[in-house]
Write a protein that binds this ligand. Structure first.
Ligand SMILES: Cc1cc2nc3c(=O)[nH]c(=O)nc-3n(C[C@H](O)[C@H](O)[C@H](O)COP(=O)(O)OP(=O)(O)OC[C@H]3O[C@@H](n4cnc5c(N)ncnc54)[C@H](O)[C@@H]3O)c2cc1C
Length: 402
């Protein structure tokens, strides 16, 4: 069996590692020309499911490298009001402790042993073609092609594989914008912030009025040192026209104007933000995934279920998909299952957890972007009640995820 993977990102590389380690013939086609390009983005929080997927898929030595590099990000998430008074801190025991790792660092470690002989660089996928012999042929922008028994689209949110395989599946704009930036973690920039905000756990500032702020620290690398990521999230209607075209400095000033009445510690943090790091992100999400007839072209990760960053699930779900697809393909390799039946059962499993993650990330984005004061007030009351009544906290915020 020959597996072709489009995209050397987190999900595609995790699958490639797992298949290669099990003796399955696999090639990865990546549009970037080499591994040196730094990936955009900050850190990734790996939850229990993400770590388990990596452990199951990677050679022990590669997992050990990730385990060594990844920091601890606790098991809880904090909620504060705009004056940084605690609303509550929730922790989902079912998800266990999180690990934190830079997106580029993780991608580089996943390339260990693959970069030179399994990944084909500079191969931009254009389209595929079903061949009369039952195989599938991938065509690339350089005029080349490759044939395999299974084509896996791991080519992220604007997936061309998805566009051809499931053209009806399109991302939706949620009408919510996040302006994110990073601030070096100096004493001056973080003065007045509660210690619990600076311990690596994710934190949300939930004001009485519109807006929302996400705050989290990352240990960084030798070149950049520890930093704080902050993201101001709000309804698109509350931002000026053309906000996506503004410079980093203008965006940082815009956030400062929105949080002018919030805790001075938060305005200090944002004021010290590196303008080069400040960028807007329009929050988009795939709709709920309904079942589709399976074939020898399938999807994983953002290509199948691009979601907002508001639940910290995008990377974890991609890794979980990769581990599940590998497990099922091992059965095919061993002759225990037919390929199409195996792909169908992978897709069924994947839709289950992807739909749960899509729903959570959409709910969180819509809650952050709400302009409904009653809804916001009710949410804050719920957080305060949860802080005092453990049974409420458990029932509302700490249900085990699927
Ligand atoms: C810009 C950005 C920043 C992010 N930042 C964070 C973050 O800070 N924290 C977090 O938890 N999550 C973040 N995410 C989400 C998280 O990284 C993704 O959910 C996760 O990487 C999904 O893995 P994936 O394998 O599906 O896609 P990716 O890891 O994005 O990999 C997709 C790969 O496919 C390649 N590709 C795309 N099109 C083609 C083509 N036509 N031909 C060949 N190759 C192609 C891309 O170059 C890329 O290497 C970010 C996502 C993006 C896009």
């Amino acid at each position: 069996m020959k597996v072709l993977i489009i995209g050397a990102g987190l999900g595609g590389l995790c699958l490639a590692q797992g298949l290669r380690g099990s003796g399955i013939d696999v090639e990865v086609f990546e549009r970037r020309h080499d591994r040196t390009v730094d990936l955009q983005g900050y850190g990734i929080h790996l939850n229990e499911a993400g770590c388990a997927a990596l452990r199951a898929s990677l050679p022990a030595a590669v997992w050990a490298l990730i385990d060594e590099r990844a920091g601890q990000a606790g098991a809880t998430s904090g909620f504060y009001d705009q004056r940084l008074r605690r609303l509550t801190r929730i922790g989902n025991g079912a998800q266990g402790r999180r690990r934190s790792v830079g997106r580029s660092v993780l991608r580089d470690l996943l390339l260990t042993g693959l970069a030179d002989d399994t990944v084909r660089w500079g191969k931009e996928f254009l389209r595929y073609e079903e061949l009369p012999n039952g195989q599938v042929r991938a065509h690339f922008a350089d005029g080349g092609h490759a044939d395999g028994d299974l084509l896996v689209g791991a080519d992220a949110s604007n997936s061309r594989v998805r566009a051809q395989r499931l053209p009806q599946l399109r991302r939706e704009d949620l009408g919510v914008i996040s302006i994110a930036g990073r601030t070096a973690m100096t004493d001056e920039a973080t003065a007045g912030l509660p210690r619990a905000i600076l311990d690596g756990t994710p934190n949300s500032v939930v004001p009485a009025g519109p807006g929302w702020m996400f705050v989290c620290t990352w240990s960084g690398g030798p070149a950049d040192g520890p930093y704080v990521v902050w993201a101001y999230i709000g309804s698109r209607a509350g931002f000026p026209d053309g906000v996506e075209e503004r410079s980093g400095t203008e965006l940082r000033d815009l956030v400062l104007s929105r949080i002018a009445t919030w805790s001075p510690a938060l305005t200090t943090l944002v004021r010290h933000g590196d303008p080069g790091s400040v960028a807007p992100v329009v929050l988009r999400s795939m709709p709920r995934l309904e079942s589709w007839p399976s074939g020898n072209v399938t999807l994983l990760g953002d290509a199948a279920h691009n979601m907002t960053p508001m639940a910290g699930m995008g990377a974890n779900t991609a890794l979980r998909d990769a581990a599940a697809l590998r497990r099922i393909l091992l059965d095919v390799h061993a002759g225990h299952r037919a390929l199409l039946a195996a792909v169908s059962s992978y897709e069924e499993e994947m839709r289950g957890w992807a739909n749960a993650a899509l729903a959570a990330s959409r709910r969180n984005a819509e809650s952050a972007g709400t302009t409904n004061r009653l809804a916001r007030g009710t949410f804050r009351v719920l957080l305060r009640v949860a802080d005092r009544v453990p049974a409420v906290k458990k029932a509302v915020f700490e249900r085990p995820s699927s």
